[in-house]
Design a binder for this molecule. Structure first.
Ligand code: CU
Length: 471
């Protein structure tokens, strides 16, 4: 924040100086000072103090890059560099990103803005930036080898174009893409409409985050870059639950959430307690006739989905990817299912040799949420997050939309846990339990399989075999 405030003061002063002296060539000779951000907190929206006005977005566990106006051109400075990202409290990853963070800062401009982006490469290898979804001159599209020379280490390139259509876009490298995206290089770009747009509503809260994924071995700091599917950290803006901030809104606020997927699989994003409409894709706002209510929308690889809803139900509403493996943190996937396997005898024997030995998942995996077992240093727990009623048993791509009637406009501070009105929480039944009523029919209506004698088979617990039981 200090950085940003300093910059804004500086930018204001600089713009005034340029306007007064009208020495554009001198101003052009100097690059805008790069602004860095190292805190993983959700920064308040960056209200524009120069250029056309707009309603800024809030980047979940992220920030918006300040700019300077230079003779009517909005100038940004991105620095591609190695960064240390706190993915959740106590767990740090060594990633590559922009301006001190992965993902990079969100860039916000207005439709029709002339934009100049300086990109300095401080990585050990070459890079480039592709402006995913934008209309621009071909030579500004950022594809290494195809539309430009690679930006070698130590070099700075300049991208210049007009933000032609309003919408939500992403930016990411287009040179050694697999490595650089697996290391966390990506960011969001919002082009706000310059006037009232028939398909873009004004909203009270406008959140953005990228869906990304990492494969970091327990105890390690650097992602494995060759992984194609078996990622073990499913993140939003390079954060995993419980490290992801809640999306805090006021009751009856109109809320927009923009989500871009730069992982290698799809994410069905699901909200509790409300219905939303998909109002935009990377192609722009969707026609009204194409919108219908949903509680889950799939965000496919390389896509952006923009959802909108009226937050008219108070509470702490879960909001998460519906692939249950994506709401877990680092775990071995080769672990056989142990539910129903009684290990008591064998554990006793093993404990004589290995005192810390522990069996996972005998009664399901819920124990993992509360278990305090020794882990290698710098390992994110599988499923944690303490709620007001105990462990939430979630990790990865999970957070909450917190709807409060007394949340002030523009206030994004976590209001704490929802206080449920008396009589509105699921409760334990303490009366007598009736005997289970069995279905009265004797059965026998199903079609018989021809020429195959029916055999009664009881399900047997099979001894797990390590190594050949992939999920
Ligand atoms: Cu997912």
């Amino acid at each position: 924040m200090t950085n940003r405030r300093n910059f804004l003061t500086g930018a204001g002063a600089l713009t005034t100086a340029v306007a007064a002296a009208a020495v554009s060539r001198v101003a052009m000779a100097a690059l805008p000072e790069p602004i860095l951000q190292t805190k993983p907190d959700t920064m308040p929206p960056l209200v524009p103090n120069t250029g056309r006005p707009y309603n800024p977005v809030v980047t979940l566990n992220g920030w918006t890059l300040p700019w300077r106006m230079n003779n009517g051109v909005k100038e940004f400075h991105l620095v591609a560099e190695p960064v240390v990202r706190e993915m959740s409290p106590g767990f740090k990853a060594h990633l590559w990103g922009y301006n001190g963070q992965s993902p990079g800062p969100t860039i916000e401009v207005v439709e029709g803005d002339r934009v100049r982006i300086f990109v300095t490469n401080k990585l050990p290898e070459h890079t480039s930036i592709h402006w995913h979804g934008q209309r621009l001159p071909n030579g500004m599209d950022g594809v290494t080898g195809l539309t430009q020379k690679a930006i070698d280490p130590g070099k700075t390139f300049v991208y210049e174009f007009v933000a032609r259509r309003p919408g939500t876009f992403m930016y990411h490298p287009h040179g050694d893409e697999m490595t650089q995206m697996a290391m966390g290089m990506m960011g969001f770009w919002i082009t706000h409409p310059k006037a009232k747009h028939p398909l873009i509503d004004e909203v009270d809260r406008d959140f953005v985050f990228l869906l990304n994924a990492y494969d970091i071995d327990p105890g390690a700091y650097t992602p494995k870059i060759m992984t194609m599917l078996d990622f073990n950290l499913w993140s939003w803006n390079s954060r995993v639950f419980p490290g992801i901030d809640p999306l805090v809104v006021g009751k009856n606020d109109k809320v927009r959430i923009r989500m871009g997927n730069l992982t290698m699989t799809n994410h069905p994003m699901h909200i509790h307690g409300h219905e939303f409409m998909v109002t935009g894709t990377d192609g722009g706002p969707t026609p009204k006739s194409s919108r219908w209510p949903e509680v889950t929308t799939d965000v496919a690889v390389g896509q952006m989905r923009q959802i909108e809803f009226l937050a008219d139900e108070e509470g702490d509403w879960a909001f998460h990817c519906h692939k249950s493996h994506h709401t877990m943190n680092a775990m071995g996937h080769e672990v056989p299912t142990m539910i129903g396997v009684d290990h008591r005898k064998v554990v006793k024997e093993i404990t004589k040799l290995v005192p810390d030995y522990m069996v996972m998942g005998e009664r399901g995996m819920a124990d993992m949420g509360e278990m305090d077992m020794p882990l290698p240093d710098n390992t994110e727990r599988m499923m944690t997050g303490a709620g007001p009623f105990g462990s939430v048993e979630m990790g990865g791509m999970f957070s909450m939309v917190k709807v409060r009637k007394d949340q002030k406009p523009g206030d994004y501070k976590d209001p704490g846990w929802y206080k449920h009105p008396a009589g509105t929480v699921a409760y334990e039944w303490t009366g007598a339990l009736p005997n289970p009523a069995r279905f009265a029919s004797a059965g026998g209506q199903s079609m018989k399989v021809q020429n195959m004698p029916m055999r009664e088979v009881e399900v047997q617990v099979r001894k797990p075999v390590m190594g050949n039981m992939k999920h």
